[in-house]
Design a protein around this ligand. Structure first.
Ligand SMILES: [Zn+2]
Length: 446
């Protein structure tokens, strides 16, 4: 493949971007209590990680130790399909981080500031080496550790005169984003606010329906109207993990997030995955999700019909009436046969049309989808349907350090899996440039 000239990575988590060699340097000489890392790893993998031995040997100059550390660090294809295993590997980052020491003390000082600053520079060095010219880094700090966001901005400001453009996206907790929002908006309005370009929601989505975020999204959109030069993109991980609900609801969550005003949707696997990937099976969902789904079906009956799905209004109304007397958290069984899976496909067709019309952009992260999202078969990956339906999407790398991947690897995967012309990588890279947060919020002309 010809190499794209100007790469932008729009879906990145800062700590997920640090590579094993840099992290090994960070932990090698410190006294770290590895106990909880070791026990979670043992639980997930059935074998304890030889971390102490690897570090001892690395310090003693054993040339194979760095490679062994890399294997402990990277969450590879062999590890895929199990979130506990992913968490177990991430713990090497969490337990090795000094932010936890400050968190235990209850105040954040130089130790954490130095770490965050060093991580930011190390990640940027590796991005520059790969030819990346622009990167939106998401970062969620512990509650109250706002000083670390300042440190990050200071680090990014050092690249002001370089050809590399780092940007900060503040990740907010799904359960209560408001305190974090006060901090994010103050940063955006501050002297380095041009480097803060968005807010993000990540981590577990189960239990956090997008509809509950309406007041929050409205507040951000109001802020954007008042401060167009410092407008913040709403980036929202959704439809990545949906084991707790029907496939219909998972599709609806993605559509609703776009309707609420999200600028970019993280992963949105549910929107375009081939439903046959799951085959005939049974799932469960709560009564209140089912009520929301029936209400959606009635409101969107016309559009769904255009895509070949007829909503039986009478039976939907009758089911709604019946469910209203049930406890909202009661679990309902949902059975899927081939015919219902085909209906899910029609719902996706409609939702993709709507997402496209709403102007939301999907962030596609192939390696992450394969290893965390459980999409092991390339033919099932949502990107094929996104291409067929003209859904705006951008290819990104999510946690390139943890996955041992690069943005070029991710672009190449899409080109190969979708059978695109080799030059398509240039076009995909150009898209990223067009879908940067600054452009989507109107801070910058397209
Ligand atoms: Zn992510």
């Amino acid at each position: 493949m010809n190499q794209p000239e100007r790469l932008a990575d729009l879906h990145l988590h800062l700590y997920g971007s640090i590579g094993p060699a840099d992290w090994l340097e960070h932990v090698k000489d410190r006294e770290i209590d590895w106990e909880s890392y070791e026990s979670a790893f043992l639980e997930a993998y059935g074998v304890a990680p030889p971390i102490r031995d690897v570090l001892d040997r690395y310090r003693a100059g054993d040339s194979g130790a760095a490679e062994e550390f890399r294997r402990l660090f990277v969450f590879g294809d062999d590890d895929a399909g199990n979130f506990d295993r992913f968490q177990a590997k991430c713990n090497l980052l969490i337990e090795g981080s000094r932010i936890g020491e400050d968190q235990a003390r209850g105040s954040y000082g130089q130790v954490s500031i130095d770490e965050v600053t060093n991580v930011a520079h190390a990640v940027i060095r590796s991005q520059q080496a790969q030819g990346i010219a622009y990167a939106e880094q998401r970062m969620q700090v512990p509650d109250g550790a706002w000083i670390l966001l300042d440190a990050l901005l200071n680090a990014y400001a050092e690249y002001e005169d370089s050809t590399f453009q780092p940007r900060m996206v503040v990740s907010l907790p799904r359960d209560d984003p408001w305190r974090y929002w006060e901090v994010a908006r103050a940063l955006a309005l501050g002297p380095s606010g041009h480097l803060v370009t968005g807010i993000d929601f990540s981590y577990h989505e189960e239990g956090y329906p997008p509809k509950d975020k309406k007041p929050f999204f409205d507040e951000v959109l109001r802020f954007n109207e008042q401060h167009p030069e410092r407008a913040l993109a709403i980036l929202y991980h959704v439809g990545e993990s949906f084991g707790d609900k029907s496939l219909e609801s998972a599709v609806r969550w993605v559509h609703e997030s776009a309707e609420l005003g999200a600028h970019r949707l993280g992963h949105a696997i549910a929107l375009g995955v081939d439903p046959e990937a799951y085959g005939p099976h049974t799932r469960t969902e709560c009564v209140d999700e089912r009520i929301d789904q029936l209400t959606y079906d009635l409101a969107h009956a016309e559009g769904l019909l255009r895509h070949g799905l007829e909503v039986d209004r009478e039976s939907a109304m009758e089911e709604l009436g019946r469910l209203r007397s049930h406890p909202p958290d009661e679990k309902l069984m949902v059975e899927y046969d081939h015919s219902r899976l085909a209906d899910v496909r029609r719902r996706q067709d409609y939702a993709m049309e709507q997402v496209r019309a709403l102007g939301a952009v999907v962030e596609v992260c192939p390696t992450s989808n394969r290893r965390i999202g459980g999409i092991s078969e390339p033919a099932h990956h949502p990107v094929h349907r996104f291409l067929d339906h003209g859904v705006a999407f951008v290819v990104a790398s999510d946690d390139p350090g943890i996955f041992g991947t690069t943005l070029r690897d991710e672009l190449r995967w899409v080109v190969d899996a979708a059978g695109l012309e080799p030059d398509a990588a240039h076009e995909l890279a150009d898209r990223a440039w067009r879908y940067r947060s600054e452009v989507l919020t109107g801070r910058e002309e397209a």
